[in-house]
Design a protein around this ligand. Structure first.
Ligand SMILES: [Zn+2]
Length: 360
């Protein structure tokens, strides 16, 4: 694949504080409810000290139904995801090894940690056509009942251009913003999912040379540095068999949203699971049954290693791909939400398929 990704951004500080505020408020309400239950007896309030014991004694401690904090599920917030894209775009162009990408990375890590996720980084020095570049993959883990894992992923770098300012709102920004929001929602709703979930942000997806295959390095191609590194690390640690499915998001925020199916490298049953969910949610017009020409992307190293994988990408009909016009105004919170809802909605179906073993 050549290019895509978005950058969304928006200060999470405010939404995060708001979220914390809501949780604090819920706690206070629960506390108040509990105290009220203890204090308030079945009889009318009395102002006599002598009545206090009689008022409280007959009140079963279990009388008031215990409020269940899980009453309300957290849903994917398209505006939050969009704010993440804006934030990334505000950092500026974010090619691998740049100060701007380091700032974006710090932002991503801060967000993930605020969701209560365990965050790890893997830093290495890559040989590229423009010299040695420091790169960092970021992984947030939501531990499940099983160590078998499902990966949701995006690249967070943007393509290096010197002739114009490339901020990659869709190409790098959109998928990164949506992935952050998916991580927040999954962590909030599923403290212990069946499978372990890994939210992975790949560095160095983009080629440094203009063309995807234009240049090569002594140790490999000039693209997908982060995903190739990730697969190699899993193989080295003998953990690759634990990775049961890998879903890649790339360029998923265009306001005129329409995905075709990657039929070259993506696993058909996994694509079917997502496309079926999209139809059921009423998004059949956004996930169409036409082929999408991808060429190569961060799922390829996983595909080549035998991992069940798929790429959700809008490349062919995104006219601003790898241009200075890949800017925030091309992205919409609604598109991000569609993708977020579809991917999150497809996970139970994917889990069920993996558990049943009928994945062929
Ligand atoms: Zn790109």
């Amino acid at each position: 694949m050549l290019a895509r990704r978005l950058a969304y951004e928006k200060s999470l500080a405010r939404p995060a504080r708001c979220f914390e505020g809501k949780r604090a408020l819920l706690f206070i309400l629960l506390l108040a409810f509990g105290l009220a239950g203890c204090k308030t007896g079945p009889t009318a309030p009395t102002n006599s000290n002598s009545n206090q014991s009689t008022a409280s004694a007959p009140t079963p401690t279990t009388a008031p139904a215990t409020p269940q904090p899980q009453a309300q599920a957290t849903t994917f917030d398209g505006q939050r995801a969009f704010d993440h894209v804006r934030k990334q775009v505000d950092f500026g162009p974010r090619p691998a090894g740049s100060t701007e990408l380091a700032m974006a990375r710090d932002y991503i890590i801060g967000e993930l940690k605020s969701y209560g996720l365990n965050v790890t980084t893997d830093e290495w020095t890559a040989t590229t056509p423009v010299g040695a570049r420091k790169m960092v993959n970021v992984t947030a883990t939501l531990a499940g009942e099983s160590e078998d894992a499902i990966m949701l992923s995006s690249h967070y770098d943007t393509k290096l251009y010197k002739k114009f300012r490339f901020v990659g709102a869709n190409d790098g920004g959109s998928s990164t913003g949506a992935l952050l929001e998916m991580a927040r929602v999954l962590a909030a709703n599923n403290p212990k999912p069946k499978f372990t979930y890994r939210f992975v942000f790949f560095d160095g997806e983009e080629a440094f040379c203009e063309g995807w295959d234009q240049c090569k390095n002594p140790d490999g191609p000039d693209n997908t540095y982060g995903s190739r590194r990730y697969v190699a690390q899993l193989q080295k640690q003998n953990e690759l068999p634990r990775l049961r499915a890998m879903i890649l998001l790339d360029m998923i925020g265009y306001s005129n949203l329409m995905f075709g199916r990657d039929e070259e490298l993506s696993t058909p049953w996994l694509v079917d699971a997502v496309w079926q969910t999209a139809r059921e949610l009423g998004y059949g017009k956004n996930f169409v049954n036409l082929p999408e020409s991808v060429g190569g992307d961060d799922h390829k190293p996983f595909h080549d290693a035998g991992v069940t994988c798929m790429d959700i990408i809008q490349l062919e009909n995104y006219p601003y791909w790898h241009t200075e016009d890949d800017t925030l105004d091309k992205i919409s919170p609604q598109s991000l939400k569609i993708v977020g809802d579809v991917v999150l909605g497809s996970l139970p179906r994917i889990e069920q398929k993996l558990l049943s073993g009928k994945t062929m």
